[in-house]
Write a protein that binds this ligand. Structure first.
Ligand code: PEP
Length: 250
């Protein structure tokens, strides 16, 4: 049975001082022995988060990385740098990065490969736009994103990754996919992994749903057979995050 994973994506929120206060206030409430809990924080908050979350069982993740170890890439941070700090997870291919920073499927593939090589767990984001959903190509589009993101990655590495299905129209909009819509695509993602790597890998790899998850919607979403938890944006910055984590443990 797959352990649920609830990751909070803080996006570009919380200065180091704010992060410190926030973590001190909430860390006891978001601890769980039933689900993996991850705080994906801005780069400048990583040091404080790692320090404050030591020995709590709550993991720390970054929100992006470069696919090279080092070099002339001004403003970038490598997976190797994150791993050396003790960071365990990294979000790859979030739709906001694809949309605002022109991150391509090929770049996402290079990042996922590098994250796994650096012993980081990539949270690989995929998801369709509203237009694609209206055109009826959601499953085809998401399957393509998964195939490219995992191109040339062996099964032994791929099984460690997490895939987050995040329909773009549901991110930060307050509009959550229904549990049936989310389950349909998460099942298709698992089927794609099964076709690429075999059923055993597909049964191990965790698939999250993300897109305006809140304390009300979480229980129904996480009860779906192919939804192994959530990637939570806005609600991860509120006390509500603790209730979402507790839902995953039921
Ligand atoms: C996200 O940032 O990945 C996300 C799902 O955001 P929100 O929960 O705010 O829609």
């Amino acid at each position: 049975m797959r352990k649920k994973i609830i990751a909070g994506n803080w996006k570009m929120n919380q200065t180091p001082k704010e992060a410190e206060k926030f973590i001190r206030d909430c860390k006891e409430k978001v601890k769980s022995d039933k689900a993996d809990v991850v705080f994906c924080v801005p780069f400048v908050d990583l040091a404080a988060a790692l320090d404050l979350l030591k020995n709590t069982g709550i993991a720390v993740g970054a929100q992006n990385m470069h696919f090279e170890d080092k070099g002339a890439f001004t403003g970038e941070i490598s997976g190797k740098m994150l791993a050396e700090m003790g960071v365990q997870y990294v979000i790859n291919g979030h739709s906001e990065r694809r949309q605002y920073y022109a991150e391509t499927d090929q770049a996402v593939n290079m990042k996922v490969k590098k994250a796994l090589a650096d012993a980081l767990i990539p949270i690989v984001c995929v998801g369709e736009s509203l237009e694609q959903r209206k055109q009826g190509v959601t499953v085809d589009f998401v399957r393509m994103q998964v195939k490219i993101a995992f191109k040339d990655i062996p099964a032994g590495s791929a099984r460690k990754a997490v895939i987050a299905y995040e329909p773009i129209w549901a991110i930060g909009t307050g509009e959550t996919a229904t549990s049936e819509q989310a389950e349909e695509v998460c099942a298709a993602i698992r089927q794609t992994i099964a076709e690429m790597y075999g059923r055993e890998t597909a049964e191990v790899l965790r698939v999250q749903y993300g897109g305006s998850v809140n304390a009300e919607s979480a229980a129904e979403l996480f009860a779906m057979p192919n939804i192994d938890g959530g990637l939570v944006g806005g609600a991860s910055l509120k006390p509500e995050f603790a209730a979402i984590v507790q839902t995953a443990g039921v």
